[in-house]
Design a binder for this molecule. Structure first.
Ligand SMILES: [Zn+2]
Length: 224
């Protein structure tokens, strides 16, 4: 039913679904993009990763890895939507804490941006797909999706290509830019990413959002 609702919301995805009927990313069974059985067996991430950064799944799990790969390179936005809903479900307790902290103000949900080039090739920003579904999963409109607040300035070397931690942290410095900074003052923000490795990207975004006056910033990732 959840799946049906999602496709009603998005005609474009419905078309995709007709053109490429889904089969499970884990076991190839037809009818579901991620079947209940595979979903229940995904390896959970060891928490916490960094302070204020939480991840749902262990990226070493081959199905998790494949799901992220498919989402990034094989135009499967509905897979990202499913992952966003799962992320919301798993983070209930933390969300409640954040909600208390935000004192009734909407919580801003900011996806990690990707470069324009990448977005053009990929057709979408995968973190934005995850974030949108994450927001839509809440029944009481506690979230506001903000995909115009942080933009990516430079085309850095993909973090995944750098094996050295300090090189990764150096590579990410100065990559992001806060736009409409006024909006962020005093707000509670959740950054959403598909995968966090060293946490460098999230930490850099947290830093610039805090600089712009955000009261509290946390990061949620689908995998670590
Ligand atoms: Zn399966």
């Amino acid at each position: 039913m959840e799946k049906v609702n999602y496709f009603i919301k998005s005609g474009k995805n419905l078309l995709l679904e007709i053109l490429f009927p889904s089969s499970c990313v884990g076991c190839s069974i037809r009818g579901q993009i991620l079947c209940t059985n595979c979903e229940q067996n995904l390896r959970q991430a060891e928490r916490p990763t960094e302070s204020n950064i939480l991840a749902l799944y262990d990226y070493r799990d081959p199905i998790v890895k494949k799901a992220i790969w498919e989402l990034k390179y094989h135009k499967t936005p509905y897979l990202g939507a499913r992952l966003g809903a799962l992320l919301y479900d798993a983070m209930q307790e933390d969300i409640m804490g954040i909600q208390i902290f935000s004192q009734g103000l909407p919580i801003y949900v900011v996806p990690v941006p990707i470069s324009k080039d990448k977005k053009n090739t990929r057709g979408y920003n995968q973190s934005e797909i995850i974030a949108r579904s994450f927001c839509n999963s809440a029944e009481n409109n506690i979230f506001e999706l903000k995909n115009n607040i942080v933009s990516k300035k430079l085309n850095t070397i993909p973090q995944a290509r750098l094996t050295n931690r300090s090189k990764r942290l150096q590579n990410i410095k100065g990559t992001f830019e806060v736009k409409n900074g006024e909006e962020i003052k005093g707000k509670t923000v959740i950054i959403i990413d598909d995968v966090t490795t060293t946490g460098g990207t999230m930490l850099e975004m947290m830093k610039i959002l805090k600089k712009s006056g955000a009261k509290k910033v946390v990061g949620f990732a689908v995998a670590h």
